[in-house]
Write a protein that binds this ligand. Sequence first.
Ligand SMILES: Nc1ncnc2c1ncn2[C@@H]1O[C@H](COP(=O)(O)OP(=O)(O)OP(=O)(O)O)[C@@H](O)[C@H]1O
Length: 289
Amino acid sequence: MTRERTTAEAEDDMPETPGTGAGTPARDERDARREREEAERAGPEPMVAVRGLVRTYGSGPAAVRALRGVTFEVPRGELVAVRGRSGSGKTTLLNLIGGLDRPDAGRVVVDGVDLAGLGEKRMTALRRDRIGFVFQSFGLVPVLTAAENVGVPLRLRRVPWREREERVDLLLSLVGLREHAAQRPGELSGGQQQRVAIARALANRPPLLIADEPTGQLDARTRETVMDLLRAVVDDEGTTVLMTTHDDDLLARADRVFELRDGLVAEAGASPGPEPGSGRPPGRPSDGP
Ligand SMILES: Nc1ncnc2c1ncn2[C@@H]1O[C@H](COP(=O)(O)OP(=O)(O)OP(=O)(O)O)[C@@H](O)[C@H]1O
């Protein structure tokens, strides 16, 4: 396939004139333009870009090298799963991407923001506004009702009462729990609690939802509902979801699966029904990279 020559490529073929050599302002401008054009050709920037991530716990002979140079990307609008044996570093990886922990080396860019450049205040704001977290243990406040739990992130952002009520109502409908709005976590099943946690994570309309073993504590039937919900969050809400899981059924519903092994990551496969033109082969995730 032929494509039109870019301005930078056309300029490259032009004879050098005095004053346009390497290191000159004209050359710098040309390089910058070429980078912009390459970025445009490469398409939208990923929701998450991780480069050479290293995280070691402790030091000396007892040191645990949880991540030894992890590089991967999470494209926007996909349900992406990370799997790996217990202790392979999945939670460590999510904590670094979610800004809950800092790496020893490497880069994490979330929604175009390089986390390394953020102080604690801006990191907190990024976590609040751009990332929703869902944990295996739900993390709901026991004394608050389902509706109040979902409304917590909105209160933190001082969203006015009426707008808050509307958003909470919409979110509880989305997760199928409108009828349970006034119940406290202790009065809900595990699957219902996880759905409240997902609704709460979506309260601030984060572009990225991070979920650590979201179906880990659930029985088969409630797992199904939560899996449907995560798929709907991606397909209907346009949210990007990055999750860790051991659950084969959930892995099969992911658009992309990465495997963490020996502190490194490899793409393990894609689920059936790739997007037209994505070039990804159909089929369940393979057993290894
Ligand atoms: N705070 C910590 N201090 C010391 N070692 C840690 C700490 N957190 C994790 N580790 C170690 O780092 C390695 C990776 O742990 P991590 O929790 O990221 O794995 P995981 O893949 O999420 O495991 P699981 O599936 O069991 O949750 C493990 O060997 C673990 O023991």
